[in-house]
Write a protein of this length. Sequence first.
Length: 178
Amino acid sequence: MDVALLLAALAGVGAAVLAWQAAHDPWVTLTITDTRDRLDPELVGPLTVVGDASLIGLVGRVVAGVIGAYGLAWLYFGFDRGSTIPWFLSPAVPLLAAVAGMLAVVLSATVWLVWVDAAVPQARTIGLSTRELRALLDLQPAPLVEIERLDGLHRYGGSLLAGLAATITAWWSARKRT
């Protein structure tokens, strides 16, 4: 029995479940200001965006699925210390997925453009049609959009850190077998 790999498996599955659940939560609030009249900018309104309404949320679900699936596989090898982990179950894949997920979190927390496709369908909540909001967001110079990071984004990022720790532990455990 490999206790380190069992702990990595449980942490990986737990992190995947938490990340999957965090995709349903609100990730950001975008506060949009129309800057066409530079002397008198006009507040358009705030839009709260849920993680899985965007491409970033889809990436988040894929990352959670990869970490969870590998965690379940590691559970088997944690109980069977005598067998070698096959190359296709290498912890390198979920490690890369966790790093890609962390990059997606940083990107979604700093660049408002990744949220455009999720924000436009909610245009009615700020009193605009989807066509009007799309036209406003496509203007040059672009409108001022502030990003407020919400709990869902923090929870997702935290669960990815746990998943990253799990994959590093699994990597260590797999390397000491050889």
